[in-house]
Each structure stands twice: as C-alpha cells, then as structure tokens.
Design a protein around this ligand. Structure first.
Ligand code: HH2
Length: 277
C-alpha cells in the first residue's frame, strides 16, 4: 500500500515514523522546545538523524484547553521552518486546520496536510482537492480543543469514529481526491476519555475496513499518564509501547516525539518478524 504525497509516493510496507516538530510556545509535551526558527530546523535535522521517515510541523497547539492562534501568527511560525524542511529530502507534513495555511504551504511545496479537523472547515477540502497530488491525513475529533475533554460520550466509539472517517473519506472522493492520497487517524485524545482511547487501541483493526492506511498518535498523551502515573516528560517507554501496539494492530504510520526510541523498538519488532506486510 502507498501514500501519494506531493513529492513522494511513500511505501507503507515498512512502518513509517512521523517525527513531531511543534513550532509553538505552548504544546502539551514540548512547548517552547522548537519555538524559534533555528531551533525548529535543528530539531527537524535531529529527528531525521534519529531515523524519522517524515516530519510533521505544527504552528498551533491543539492540547486540551488550548486556544486558537491567528492566521498570521501560524504562518509566521510555520513557513520558515517548512522552507528549510523541504530541503532535507523527506516528506514534510503540515499540521493545520486552517484552509489559508493549507493553501500557503501547498503553494510552497509541502507534501502532506495533516488536519485534526478532517478538512471540515469551509474551504479546507477545496484547498486539498485543488492540489494535484498532496497527501492528506483525516483525523477524528469530537468537539474542539478548547472544550473536547469535557465529558466526551459515545455509544460505541469505534463505530462512531469509523462512520465519521468514512464520511470524510467520501467527501474527499466526491471532490476528486484520489484514495491513494488519503490516510485516516482515530484521533487519540481528541474528545475521548481514557476508556475510549483504549477501546480505539484494542479494536483498532476494525478501522482497517475503511480501506485506507491508519496513522496514529499516542505519543506522551494523557491516557499514557493515566495508565502509568507518569508526568508528560516521563512517558517515553509508554509511548513506544503504544506505538508498537498500534502498529501490531495494523497502523502504518506512527506520529511520535521520541523518534530514536521508537525506531530502536521497531528494529527489534521487525527482527522478531512481527512486521505486518
Ligand atoms: N495529535 C496532536 C496534534 N496533531 N495529528 C494527528 N494526525 N494525530 C494526532 O494524534 C495528533 C495530531 C497533539 O499532539 P502534539 O502535537 O504533541 O501537541 P500539541 O497539539 O499540544 O502541539
């Protein structure tokens, strides 16, 4: 199975590690780490040296309770880092839900739009559909980051997430976005309780019936804190375990902060013959 993106047709036979580059002062686990251009570019290089296959650059925190940033601010954060990242020889994804940011980054050559809002904002689907072949990640979220963790409720979280992703997949198809350009993401921690997130992990393979590859992001999230009792800075082992569990259940791409540890774990996992073909 392949993921078509602007410059790369990514072979998903081997699991792909997407390294997170948050160009934000307030991200939940690494806020401020790569907030200036130079630090962010150094961070991109570091993640690639550690074995990342793709980079995901974000200029707006979406942690629970976070507030949106303005268009100008998001562009000012993301564009200089994108420009440098595009010279590094790997697919570059931009984590945004603003159509104007999507158009701006695609015009500059970004490979992938990663939208926690699954292209629901007016104009977002058009921004992707008007591009010849950029990749897109459609993620499920219930509510918005400011309020999403206020008592989320589902009758059957797998069913409801699956129905939503299917609807968004159909919306993309109806605008002429080829299936090969699309991956799906259950949106761990986005309007979900600990129990919902764990259901999504245990029954994750049910989402494979949608017919598109899964990208999953467990890295350092609060459910791992609930399971281990650990602060966000100490969730590396839990994050690696969750990433492997997601891959074992059929995900193809894991979005992670701790690239080196994840890549090491994947080497052992692959050597044990556990990689799914
Ligand atoms: N999680 C976060 C942000 N973007 N995109 C996808 N596709 N899937 C995810 O699970 C996902 C995402 C939140 O994590 P992070 O970027 O580390 O934090 P923040 O939003 O605070 O910058």
């Amino acid at each position: 199975m392949f993921w078509q993106t602007t410059r790369f047709r990514i072979d998903l036979t081997r699991p792909q590690v997407m390294g997170i580059v948050n160009v934000t002062p307030d991200s939940f686990s690494d806020g401020g780490l790569a907030a200036d251009r130079t630090a962010a570019i150094r961070h991109c290089e570091q993640l690639l040296a550690e074995g990342a296959d793709l980079l995901d650059i974000g200029g707006e925190s979406t942690r629970p309770g976070s507030m949106p940033v303005s268009l100008d601010e998001e562009l000012a954060r993301v564009l200089p880092v994108l420009e440098a990242a595009l010279t590094l020889g790997c697919p570059v994804s931009i984590d945004t839900n603003k159509p104007e940011v999507m158009r701006a980054v695609l015009a500059r050559g970004a490979d992938i739009v990663n939208d926690i809002n699954a292209l629901q904002a007016p104009g977002a689907l058009d921004a992707v559909a008007d591009h010849a072949r950029c990749g897109v990640c459609l993620m499920h979220m219930r509510g918005d980051p400011a309020t999403m963790q206020q008592r989320p409720h589902y009758d059957d979280v797998l069913h409801e997430v699956g129905e939503f992703l299917d609807e968004r997949l159909r919306a993309c198809r109806s605008r002429g976005v080829a299936d090969e350009r699309i991956v799906l993401d259950p949106g761990i921690g986005f309007g979900k309780s600990v129990a919902h997130n764990l259901d999504l992990l245990r029954r994750q393979s049910e989402l494979l019936a949608l017919g598109r590859p899964l990208l999953v992001g467990w890295s350092r999230k609060s459910t791992l804190g609930a399971l281990t009792g650990r602060d966000v800075s100490q969730r590396q082992a839990a994050s690696v375990a969750a990433a492997l569990a997601a891959l074992q259940s059929g995900a193809r791409i894991v979005r992670v902060h701790d690239v080196a540890a994840t890549v090491d774990a994947l080497k052992v996992w692959a050597a044990a013959g556990l990689t799914r073909g």
